[in-house]
Design a protein around this ligand. Structure first.
Ligand SMILES: Cc1cc2nc3c(=O)[nH]c(=O)nc-3n(C[C@H](O)[C@H](O)[C@H](O)COP(=O)(O)O)c2cc1C
Length: 506
């Protein structure tokens, strides 16, 4: 595994500075409208992982000297160069290495440190002064149900019994000066907390939303860190130093001391307090989760730095336009899947990859197969893990001669090594799954009814079938040889390459 030099950027501004130094930042100084225009620009500019990070410095209606917040930053982690920079690696590091490094980060832990105060306490807004519309919250997509404030922020809650905090990314919409309905599923860790607070007879759950800090905040919060492990510990492992936290003003939770903006409050647990939320341009690239009543944050305090920067992201990945969630997921969901397989004891795994365009809904596993049923063991292990809740719907397993980063190779293996009549296609019906999947029935996407979606999962076993008898005519092999020439023949032909005029560059 490559050696890395963990970087503690200090805050969002330190990260923006690093991006600037690497020529990875586009600063937009012309006035841009928060209403549809900003989101449209970001979606078009991000490209298939080719665009730069974006800092909007001049936002319509929010560009007076006394505006509470005047800037929006996004489109940062939708590119492997920037993920490598975040991890302290050379920018051209191959995604396979990023997956391997992320595996060890996910297993590492540097606990946070609590400090007395920090820049996030420079401004504290409470009571009647709370007005979320003072923030330049974009109306990201024309079809969205409203303006989305929480798009790539760390939503902090805690287990009432153990006190262990969880930090996750859960979308949240503006629904008034001090109300934010959010989308959360009971199978997510925040959902586990809701269940635990309800069991104690509570009507509300303390919650805090940290917006804008080092890139590890969204990257870790948006990843399925195992239950009981606090994302702050994993963020510490990623940056090589403890995260400095401060206590919130109105709830007993902790947030990064140098965050740009922190929103504190209580999540209503009683259905009478739910507010309308959605729909939203979701990570699938489809409009999802229809307008419905959702648990809502009643905001009790906003604290923020002087001249704060609102960190946001445009959700919805499509061919040609890769979201931060999709590119980040391609690394973290692959790393998580690999760790799950290891923990379950599935042997012979040599690579795992989730191509970015579908964010880990389809997972590719490469293995050295030594016994019958190994691919099924891998799929079962993945599907049995909590990490499979909103990912790994389709698992494709290939042999070790197939490079999972080369889709042509995977496609070739599926074409010639899959036989549906020989159990190479396995359906695991009616499991938990993504409640935003447009291929599922509308009724099955109702979080209030079911707490989760409903997935019929598929294993595509594209390995050579070990259930076949060894063929004596093939020297005991089960599959015929490929037509790739023998090593000696390759060497002899290559020796004549120059003479034949074939080494001329075109
Ligand atoms: C940009 C972004 C937006 C997300 N939005 C949501 C959301 O609205 N609801 C949700 O349940 N998960 C959402 N997720 C996925 C969760 O953050 C992810 O599953 C994470 O593992 C949840 O935290 P947990 O593992 O602590 O439950 C989002 C992830 C990202 C990166």
């Amino acid at each position: 595994m490559m050696k890395r030099k963990p970087v503690a950027f200090g805050d969002l501004r330190g990260w923006i500075g690093a991006l600037k130094a690497h020529d990875e930042l586009a600063e937009i100084n012309a006035e841009v409208d928060w209403n549809i225009e900003l989101g449209t620009i970001m979606r078009l500019a991000q490209g298939p992982g080719t665009g730069r990070a974006m800092l909007f410095n001049n936002i319509k209606d929010y560009n007076r000297p006394d505006s509470r917040c005047r800037r929006v930053f996004g489109s940062a982690l939708n590119n492997y160069r920037r993920i490598a920079i975040m991890l302290g690696l050379p920018p051209d590091t191959h995604p396979r290495e990023l997956v391997k490094i992320s595996r060890s980060i996910l297993e590492g832990m540097i606990p946070p440190r609590t400090v007395n105060s920090g820049p996030v306490k420079e401004n504290i807004v409470t009571g009647r002064d709370i007005d979320l519309t003072e923030l330049p919250v974009p109306y990201w997509n024309r079809m969205d149900g409203g303006r989305y404030l929480i798009t790539y922020a760390g939503v902090v809650s805690k287990d009432p019994t153990t006190g262990v905090m969880n930090v996750g990314v859960y979308r949240g919409m503006l629904a008034g000066r001090d109300k934010i309905p959010i989308l959360m599923w009971r199978a997510q860790h925040i959902g586990h907390h809701v269940t635990a607070w309800l069991a104690q007879g509570e009507k509300e759950m303390p919650i805090a939303v940290a917006i804008g800090w080092e890139p590890s905040l969204g990257f870790c919060a948006g990843s399925p860190v195992p239950k009981g492990t606090c994302e702050y510990d994993v963020m510490g492992a990623m940056r090589g130093e403890p995260v400095e936290l401060v206590k919130c003003e109105t709830v007993d939770l902790h947030v990064p001391a140098s965050a740009e903006i922190v929103i504190e409050g209580y999540l209503g647990l009683e259905p009478e307090t739910y507010m309308m939320e959605g729909p939203y341009a979701e990570f699938t690239g489809y409009l999802a989760s229809e307008r419905s009543l959702k648990p809502t944050i009643r905001v009790t305090c906003i604290s923020h730095r002087n001249d704060p920067i609102l960190r946001g992201t445009i959700e919805g990945c499509l061919p040609g336009s890769y979201s931060e969630n999709a590119v980040g997921s391609s690394i973290m969901r692959a790393a998580t899947a690999w760790n799950v397989l290891d923990r379950a004891g599935v042997p012979g795994i040599t690579d795992v990859w989730c191509p970015p365009v579908q964010a880990g809904i389809n997972c590719l596993v490469r293995m050295q197969q030594t016994y019958r049923g190994q691919a099924k063991q891998a799929a079962n292990a993945l599907w049995g893990s909590t990490a499979a809740h909103v990912r790994y719907k389709h698992v494709t397993v290939v042999d070790d001669d197939i490079d999972v980063h080369d889709y042509a190779a995977v496609d070739w293996a599926i074409a010639h090594r899959v036989n549906a009549g020989e159990n190479d296609i396995v359906i695991m019906p009616a499991t938990f799954g993504l409640g935003l999947d447009p291929s599922t029935r509308r009724r099955d996407r109702n979080p209030a009814l079911f707490g989760t979606g409903k997935w019929n999962r598929v294993l595509i076993d594209a390995t050579q079938n070990i259930d076949y008898d060894p063929d004596p005519d093939l020297g005991g092999a089960r599959f015929p040889p490929t037509v790739w020439p023998a090593e000696d023949d390759v060497a002899a032909a290559k020796a004549r390459w120059h003479e034949l005029g074939l080494d001329r560059k075109r």
